[in-house]
Design a binder for this molecule. Structure first.
Ligand SMILES: *Cc1c(COP(=O)(O)O)cnc(C)c1O
Length: 355
C-alpha cells in the first residue's frame, strides 16, 4: 500500500442503472417514456448561445419563482439543484451533522447509504415490515435526522400523509427529509405540511413525472430558515450549480401544468393496466403508486428472468440484495413498450393470455 493511500477518501459509489447506447426497451431507470412539454423544445430552439458566455444566475431566480408559484409558497422556501441527487447530497452535508445516527429504511434508495459514508454520517437502517411497509414507530427513537422516499424506491409503496406527519411530529429536534421523486404518481405530497413543520424538507425532481432526467433539475421546498442554510452550503461549494439551459427549460416545463397532468394520467393508466397483466401471468406486484412496478414471480428466478429480458433487448432493474433477491423493478413505459414486455413474458412463463 502506498503511503498516500491512507489519506485518501475512499467510497463505495452508487451504481446507477445502465444507459445502453443502442436501441432497447428501457424500463430500468424510471425515466418517463414521453417527451417533456413542447414548451421546452421551443425554448431550446429559441435559445441564444451568446448567453452562454456569461455565468448563469447563481440564485436561479426564474426557476425558483416558477416553482414557488406552482406550489403556492414563497421563493425563499425553494432551493434548486442539479437533479434531486444534488439537492439531497447538499441536504446530507448541511443537515446531518450529529453524532447520533440518521435513520432511513433498510430497503430504499441506495444513494442514502453512499452519501452517509461519503460525509461520514453515522446511520442506522430501519427495517421495513414483512409487506415492505415503513414501521413509523421505528422512527420515534432518538436519531440525528430522518430521510425516506415516499413513495419508497424500489418498492413503489406510498405511505399516506398521516404516517408521514406522524414521523415528522415525532422528530421535532432533527431535520426530516421526505424524498418525493415519485409523489406526483401517488397522492398527497408532504408539501402540505411545510408551513406547520419548520424542520421538514420535501425534495422533488424533474427527472420522473416531468420527463427531464437529462436536464438534471431537482428542488427542495422547506421553511425559509432551512433553505437559507442550504444556500449557504451551496455557495460554499459551487455557486453555479444550474446551467443556463436547464434554468430556462425548467421554467418552461413548470409553467405547462396541463401537459404535466396529462402525462401523469397516461402513466398511471398504463400502470394500472400493467399491474393486471403481471398478475394474470402469475407475478405478485406490490401496490405501486409510482411510475414503476416491483414484482416477483413465485416460479421463476428473478435474476434469470432479468438476464433473459436483457438478452431480448428489454432492460429492467435487478439488485439481488437481501430480502429483494427475487424482485425486479420495471419502469412503466409507453403502452407499446409494455405490450412488447408482456409478449415476451407470456412466452417466458409459457402462458397464453385469456382471450
Ligand atoms: C430518481 C430518484 C432520485 C434522483 O433523481 P434526480 O434525477 O437526481 O433528480 C432521488 N430519489 C429517488 C428515490 C429517486 O428514485
Amino acid at each position: 500500500m502506498r503511503e498516500y493511500e491512507k489519506n485518501i477518501r475512499k467510497v463505495e459509489p452508487y451504481v446507477p442503472g445502465e444507459q445502453p447506447q443502442n436501441k432497447v426497451i428501457k424500463l430500468n431507470t424510471n425515466e418517463n417514456p414521453y417527451p417533456p412539454s413542447p414548451r421546452v423544445a421551443k425554448a431550446l430552439e429559441e435559445m441564444d448561445s451568446d448567453r452562454f458566455r456569461l455565468y448563469p444566475d447563481p440564485a436561479c431566480t426564474a426557476l425558483t419563482e416558477a416553482l414557488a408559484d406552482f406550489y403556492h409558497v414563497n421563493p425563499d422556501q425553494v432551493f434548486v439543484g442539479v437533479g434531486s441527487d444534488d439537492v439531497l447530497s447538499m441536504c446530507f452535508l448541511t443537515f446531518f451533522n450529529s453524532d447520533k445516527p440518521i435513520f432511513f429504511p433498510d430497503i430504499t434508495y441506495s444513494f442514502y447509504k453512499v452519501w452517509a459514508e461519503l460525509y461520514r454520517i453515522p446511520y442506522e437502517c430501519q427495517k421495513l415490515d414483512g409487506d415492505f411497509r415503513i414501521v413509523k414507530e421505528d422512527y420515534y427513537k432518538e436519531n440525528g435526522g430522518v430521510i425516506f422516499p415516499n413513495p419508497n424506491a424500489p418498492t413503489a409503496l406510498y405511505e399516506e400523509l398521516d404516517v408521514v406527519e406522524d414521523i415528522i411530529r415525532a422528530n421535532p429536534d432533527v431535520i426530516v427529509i421526505v424524498d418525493e421523486a415519485y409523489v406526483d404518481f401517488a397522492g398527497r405530497s408532504a408539501m402540505e405540511l411545510i408551513d406547520r413543520y419548520e424542520n421538514l424538507i420535501v425534495v422533488q425532481t424533474f427527472s420522473k413525472a416531468r420527463s427531464m432526467a437529462g436536464m438534471r433539475i431537482g428542488y427542495a421546498v422547506s421553511s425559509p430558515r432551512l433553505i437559507k442554510y442550504l444556500n449557504d452550503a451551496k455557495y460554499s461549494f459551487n455557486s453555479y450549480t444550474m446551467n443556463q439551459a436547464a434554468l430556462v427549460c425548467g421554467v418552461e416545463a413548470v409553467k405547462d401544468r396541463e401537459y404535466f397532468e396529462e402525462g401523469l394520467h397516461k402513466i398511471i393508466k398504463t400502470r394500472e393496466w400493467a399491474k393486471g397483466r403481471f398478475e394474470e401471468l402469475g407475478f405478485c406486484c406490490l401496490d405501486s403508486r409510482a411510475n414503476f412496478i416491483f414484482a416477483t414471480h413465485p416460479e421463476y428466478d428473478a435474476k434469470e428472468l432479468f438476464e433473459a429480458l436483457k438478452d431480448n433487448g428489454i432492460y429492467v432493474r435487478y439488485w439481488g440484495s437481501e430480502r429483494i433477491e427475487q424482485y425486479l423493478r420495471i419502469t412503466i413505459g409507453t403502452r407499446e413498450e409494455m405490450e412488447v414486455l408482456f409478449g415476451f413474458l407470456e412466452r417466458y412463463v409459457g402462458r397464453q393470455m385469456p382471450g
